[in-house]
Design a protein around this ligand. Structure first.
Ligand SMILES: Cc1cc2nc3c(=O)[nH]c(=O)nc-3n(C[C@H](O)[C@H](O)[C@H](O)COP(=O)(O)OP(=O)(O)OC[C@H]3O[C@@H](n4cnc5c(N)ncnc54)[C@H](O)[C@@H]3O)c2cc1C
Length: 370
């Protein structure tokens, strides 16, 4: 069903939205109708009640044709519904989750600040309790979906003097809260149909009940949310690599030079062979991480391995696709140009490749038994 939606409804317009740098509102609304925006949310809260593996398969199919749409989907599922489901009170779950699934509200996730990206614990935004309300102040940047979102999951220091990642709390807040300002939309290299927004909290007041999870334990919420999110981004990267491979295979069988199809040249065959092999390897890494998550087993290292490998592959495979297309690959008339630009983001957000290596190595060294 997702593959059919991707091929019939998304693929024909993905390039137009990218060119126009326009949020694909009609496609996003259809994704709610298809149950793709809160897939792992249980049915009682309006979601699809699927496991992580099903989410991975759907993410791969959407991203195969449009990584912008895949990004919008991944933020709503992995970064907004998921922490509300796992850390929210019953009231928060009953209030927000049906809205983020059935009622077509969009979610955004604001962790990054101008001075804290990889080092998320260095955030400076603050939240101070004033009677029955939190007052938030500070800046958040690079917030996907925020221009159109109704709900924001965010983080602020609730104990400003606590060292680094301590004294941070998570919040779930409506984006029309007084004092929450949209500052600007960024212009980007890829995933150009998504909005990436800078936000500012200026004495932003939200009810006391909007704390998400326990006071001062927000960093745990952030990190565990990113573990799940990384599986989603790995699927996005896999989808991009597959899109690049499938376009390359088709083109190589059609394009003729020196009186033969370019697929008869071993140089091209090897590229296709490497892509196909590495795509299978990435999918297996991803499905292992999803299986561990679905079995309630620790999966931090495996999620990072899947994201590291798949994002590296997305960049490599899309670059090779442009090479196989030759000069035509450089034109915006063919999708491989967009895939190449879109691929790069998977090595950056939800933890750069350097941070994935750091996470993996930390666990390898911690678990080493002589
Ligand atoms: C299009 C887009 C969408 C985004 N969406 C969101 C969103 O929705 N919500 C959100 O909160 N954030 C979002 N981000 C932010 C993204 O997660 C950060 O950009 C990313 O985590 C990296 O942070 P930074 O840009 O500050 O880079 P920095 O942390 O400044 O890193 C710069 C370089 O230094 C390296 N580096 C840093 N620390 C180490 C280390 N310890 N060891 C080795 N190398 C290191 C990095 O790997 C990188 O190569 C988005 C970013 C983009 C571009």
């Amino acid at each position: 069903m997702v593959a059919e939606f991707a091929d019939k409804e998304v693929a024909p317009v993905a390039q137009e939205y990218d060119e126009a740098e326009e949020f694909p509102k009609d496609l996003v609304l259809k994704m709610y109708d298809l149950g793709l925006m809160g897939m792992m949310v249980p049915g009682e809260y309006g979601g699809g009640g699927t496991d992580t593996l099903s989410y991975c398969i759907a993410m791969e199919e959407i991203n195969r044709v449009d990584a912008s749409l895949g990004t919008i989907m991944s933020v709503n599922n992995s970064l907004v519904c998921d922490p509300i489901l796992r850390y929210g009170t019953e009231e928060q779950k009953k209030y927000y989750l049906p809205k983020l699934t059935d009622q077509k509200w969009l979610g955004a996730y604001a962790l990054t600040e101008p001075w804290s990206g990889s080092d998320a614990g260095a955030m400076k935004s603050t939240a101070v309790l004033d009677g029955d309300e939190w007052i938030l102040n500070g800046q958040k940047i690079f917030v996907t979906n925020a221009w159109h979102a109704q709900v924001l999951v965010t983080y602020a220091k609730t104990e400003p003097d606590a060292p680094r990642s301590k004294g941070i709390s998570a919040f779930v807040i409506p984006t029309d809260a007084p004092g929450l300002n949209k500052v600007r939309k960024e212009k980007k290299m890829g995933i150009r149909a998504t909005d990436t927004t800078a936000l500012e909290f200026e004495d932003c007041r939200v009810p006391k009940e909007n704390l998400l999870g326990k006071l001062n334990e927000g960093f745990k919420v952030a990190l565990s949310t990113l573990d799940g999110g990384r599986i989603g981004i790995a699927c996005q990267a896999l989808g991009i690599a597959r899109g690049a491979y499938e376009a390359s295979l088709q083109y190589a069988k059609e394009r003729e030079q020196f009186d033969q199809t370019i697929s008869s040249f071993q140089a091209i065959q090897w590229k296709l062979a490497d892509m196909a092999t590495e795509i299978d390897a990435a999918r297996l890494l991803i499905h292992r991480a999803a299986y561990l998550r679905d079995s309630d087993t620790k999966y931090t290292k495996e999620a990072s391995m899947a994201k590291l490998f798949a994002s590296d592959l997305a960049v490599r495979a899309s670059r090779e696709a442009v090479q196989i297309f030759g000069g035509y690959g450089y034109l915006r008339d063919f999708p491989v140009e967009r895939l190449y630009r879109d691929a790069k983001i998977t090595e950056l957000y939800e933890g750069t490749s350097e941070i994935q290596r750091l996470v993996i190595a930390r666990r390898l060294l911690r678990d080493y038994q002589p």
